[in-house]
Design a protein around this ligand. Structure first.
Ligand SMILES: Cc1ncc(COP(=O)(O)O)c(C=O)c1O
Length: 364
């Protein structure tokens, strides 16, 4: 039976593969595969969510005015230049739909967040990946990859799946060499975990002052609201006005808006989360070294480690950990088959991870 035929450009897209959440034989496996907040979310955000449950028969505020004001206050921004998305993922899509036509090119680093290329290809564009230098974004390679057909450049800082960052001066240099008709998307999903790193900035300085930079942020990571799908972007007003034309009217749910406002105000939860991630990264790196892997320096809430000597070992460790009910992420579909990525867990979770990892070493 013949059915509708989708566009070739859509059929060529490989669907996004999320971090695994289940393993056979374990009712409650330990999930360290999706860079979530191991502490959960702010109690105030959860209370706001429950409170919002009393009015889920009402449409949300389409303009998310209260949340945009809360974000603007916290980050000292103009609320009229903030756009809300169902996760920052949706904002990537809005940018690609708005600025990429068939035949255009999107440029990204070699090890890139998978949702960007999906969004670009869905708009009919081609994707060019610029080689990285020792798993760090290489601004010169990105610039070399720019061609007259380039309309959008994506970059995450800190990056996923590597966890590495580049100094803001490199991003300024990249931006300085880009034509004005190219949109530079600075994906700052992990920005809060890098804020104390010397030379780091989330890129907001460029978004405030230039016509072609959008910085995206999310409530999914530090704030632990991944299930609510809420993220935002900041750019020059003309860019926001373009994206607003195609943003679906009620894309940010009322419970998500309410919880996000509460999350922004919960300093205690934010501080506890940052402390956990800082200690957890160091602990994870040490454990991965002990297991014979080479961790990359991480400025995010996860650590990625390579197995350079025995490229197959990373995937063997991923499978071995799963047999102990511990899920970490193998990075084969990020073109890093010799690597795995582990999200920071609570102290108890890190202990379970350590025990599972050392039992694998004993078994080898
Ligand atoms: C670099 C990067 N950007 C964006 C996202 C997605 O964020 P959101 O949940 O806001 O769509 C992720 C999630 O893993 C990510 O790693």
């Amino acid at each position: 039976m013949s059915g509708p035929i989708a566009k070739d450009t859509i059929l060529a897209i490989k669907p996004y593969v999320p971090g695994k959440a289940k393993v056979p034989g374990f009712a409650a496996p330990l999930k360290l595969s999706a860079n979530e907040n191991a502490l959960g979310c702010s109690p105030a955000a959860r209370a706001a969510y429950l409170e919002a449950a009393t009015s889920i028969h009402r449409y949300p505020d389409s303009r998310a005015a209260a949340l945009r004001s809360a974000i603007a206050r916290r980050h000292d921004l103009d609320p009229d230049r903030i756009i809300l998305g169902a996760g920052s993922d949706e904002i990537f899509s809005l940018v690609c739909q708005s600025y990429l036509s068939p035949g255009d090119t999107m440029v990204q680093p070699q090890f890139a967040f998978a949702a960007w290329a999906i969004a670009a290809r869905a708009a009919g564009a081609k994707v060019t990946s610029a080689t990285e230098s020792n798993y760090c974004v290489d601004v010169d390679a990105l610039l070399e990859a720019i061609s007259p057909s380039t309309r959008v450049v994506f970059l995450a800082n800190p990056a996923n799946p590597t966890g590495t960052l580049i100094p803001f001066c490199d991003i300024e240099r990249l931006h300085g060499a880009l034509p004005d008709n190219v949109v530079l998307v600075l994906d700052a999903a992990y920005a809060e975990f890098a804020e104390n790193v010397p030379g780091y900035e989330d890129g907001m300085r460029l978004a405030r002052t230039t016509p072609n930079v959008i910085v995206t942020r999310t409530f999914s990571k530090l704030h632990g609201l991944a299930a609510l799908r809420i993220g935002w972007g900041y750019a020059a007003k003309p860019v926001i006005d373009v994206l607003e034309r195609i943003r679906l009217p009620f894309n940010a749910s009322a419970p998500a808006q309410a919880s996000a406002i509460a999350a922004l105000g919960d300093e205690d939860f934010i501080e506890r989360s940052l402390v956990l991630v800082k200690a957890g990264r160091e602990q994870l790196a040490a454990l991965l070294v002990k297991a014979g892997l080479e961790p990359l320096p991480s400025a995010a809430n996860f650590v990625t480690a390579l197995s350079r000597r025995d490229p197959a070992a990373a995937q063997q460790i991923v499978s071995g950990l799963e047999s102990h009910g511990v899920i970490v992420r193998g990075l084969a579909n990020y073109d890093m088959g010799n690597a795995l990525r582990v999200s920071v867990g609570t102290q108890e979770e890190m202990l379970i991870f350590e025990q599972a990892l050392s039992s694998l070493q004993l078994a080898r």
